[in-house]
Design a protein around this ligand. Structure first.
Ligand code: XMP
Length: 319
């Protein structure tokens, strides 16, 4: 009989066999996939594993601290926190094209990862939380040619460049199976059930030019939206939910003054695998209450819209 406990034991056995007494480096993103891979590999080979967490300054509110605390303190996994937000945000100055954003972040990510990983002596292996759907990277439309719609950044090409062999213990799994494996490994439920978060992070939720000011506003608005969704018990019914800060300021009134602040869009979708998606049918009460909270609680936003586009023709992210 196939069980997740059996899968875990078998995966641990295979990792031990592949790695032997050599060292492994794992890039942590803070997401479920790389976290499950890291905890699994840590169970298999203990402190032969070192994690490198590249902090590009495009994470959500308190996210970096949460990742560091969880891995260092809860799991005692050796972790290098590569805080390189200055480098990333500096390089993104003046960049507004979505693909240039992705490429810039992807290139820096590889440089930074390589810089920190090269400090770990004697490492032979690079661990990645690659899933089965990542293996089939491109999307194909019926009848049409296979096209990659957005260039996803991963550490492609890096293993060869660094002379490392890959450890990819999740390669055969779909997202729901990775979550089940994470539960089997005792990762907290709140963490396992987290919505997927893209590698380029908030950069692609800030259409147009990225500034620290916009990022700070976006983080606060996003936290309020997610809090609303959790309070109403809707989090687990939704595939992904987030706020995008729009590159436009609009006029509003607050008290007896005029405001001229950013508009934002709320995005929430249901999906099975992210390839297609429907917008989430919130009640008007929920939407009204959320807009009121965001505008009252987040300085810098005075208008809130709800994105009712499904995928296709829209994409889940705004860029
Ligand atoms: P779209 O916006 O293409 O998103 O409908 C589908 C899923 O992919 C995620 N996504 C990304 N993930 N790098 C990533 O690692 C990216 O560049 C990227 N772009 C989109 C998105 O969050 C959704 O889950």
């Amino acid at each position: 009989d196939w069980t997740m406990a059996g899968y875990r034991d078998e995966a641990i056995r295979k990792i031990r066999e592949q790695v032997g007494d050599r060292k492994v480096i794992c890039g942590l993103s803070g997401g479920v996939d790389s976290s499950v891979a890291a905890v699994l590999i840590h169970e298999a080979v203990g402190d032969q594993l070192t994690c490198v967490f590249v902090d590009h300054g495009l994470l959500r509110l308190n996210e970096a601290e949460e990742v560091v605390t969880m891995f260092r303190d809860t799991y005692n996994i050796p972790l290098i926190h590569a805080d390189e937000s200055e480098l990333f945000l500096g390089s993104l100055e003046g960049v507004s094209d979505p693909e240039v954003k992705r490429k810039t972040i992807g290139r820096l990510f590889i440089d930074v990862f390589q810089k920190y990983a090269s400090q770990i002596e004697g490492a032979d292996f690079l661990a990645q939380g690659t899933l089965y759907p990542d293996v089939i990277e491109s999307v194909s439309f019926s009848g049409g040619p296979s096209v990659t719609i957005k260039s996803h950044h991963n550490v492609g090409g890096l293993p060869e460049k660094m002379g490392l062999k890959l450890v990819e213990p999740l390669r055969e799994l779909f997202k729901d199976e990775v979550r089940a494996l994470g539960r089997e490994l005792g990762l907290p439920e709140k963490f396992i059930g987290r919505h997927p978060f893209p590698g380029p992070g908030l950069a692609i939720r800030c259409p147009g030019e990225i500034t620290r000011e916009k990022l700070d506003i976006l983080r606060k608005a996003d936290a309020v939206f997610i809090d609303q969704i959790r309070r109403h018990g809707l989090y687990d019914d939704i595939w992904q939910a987030f706020v995008a800060i729009l590159p436009v300021r609009t006029v509003g009134v607050m008290g007896d003054g005029r405001t001229y602040d950013y508009a934002c869009a709320l995005r929430a979708v249901t999906s099975v695998d992210g390839m297609t998606a429907d917008y989430y049918p919130f009640t008007h009460d929920f939407l009204g209450e959320t807009a009121t909270r965001i505008i009252n609680e987040v300085k810098g936003i005075n208008r809130c819209t709800y994105d009712i586009t499904s995928k296709p023709p829209g994409t889940i992210e705004w860029e």
